[in-house]
Write a protein that binds this ligand. Structure first.
Ligand code: NI
Length: 181
């Protein structure tokens, strides 16, 4: 079991474009993912990208919990899993505002415009192709995690800083959500 140190906003590893992984089945990738899962289980959270543990590679882990689903068609639950070299293709041009937090931006949350519906692809640790069409919470989560691989933290995606605050304050005084831009 290894708990890795989380890079926080301001660290250059979070600003750079991460490198593609040549062999998703390589033992060092399996080891990295095992440590990332230990780290995420320890902290508690929905997802983690390799740059957040100071490794500039295109690897993410995430899970989609049943109790977070929005009820939208294609918003589907998933157990914890790893995805290597993922890519996103939006379906349609509709976005929705979703509240997000990030282990690299601790204590804060903000509402971020995200594609409602999308297709994503990547490779799992066995070298199998993953290809899913998702929406709702699942779609928002993968956009957040994949953004980490391009050096983008969620505040950079925000369009209205009315919807940005410390967790406790936002929970106490929830701002009224407005329709997506
Ligand atoms: Ni994050």
């Amino acid at each position: 079991m290894a708990i890795l140190k989380i890079a926080r906003m301001g660290h250059p590893v979070l600003r750079r474009v991460a490198d593609p992984v040549a062999d998703p089945t390589a033992p060092e990738i399996r080891r990295l993912v095992a440590h990332m899962i230990d780290t995420l289980e320890d902290i508690g959270g929905a997802g983690l990208a390799a740059p957040q543990v100071h490794v500039p590679l295109r690897v993410v882990i995430f899970r989609v919990r049943e109790d977070r689903l929005t009820g939208a068609e294609d918003d589907t639950a998933l157990p914890m899993q790893a995805l290597v070299n993922p890519v996103i293709e939006p379906i349609g041009d509709e976005k929705a505002l979703r509240w997000e937090g990030c282990l690299s931006v601790p204590g804060l949350r903000g509402a971020v415009p995200r594609w409602r519906h999308l297709r994503y692809r990547g490779t799992d640790l066995e070298g199998n192709a993953v290809d899913r069409t998702v929406s709702g919470y699942h779609a928002g989560l993968v956009q957040h995690e994949f953004d980490h691989l391009d050096g983008i933290l969620y505040p950079a995606r925000m369009t209205d800083f009315t919807f940005f605050g410390f967790n406790e304050e936002v929970a106490k005084y929830p701002p009224e959500m407005v329709p997506a831009p």
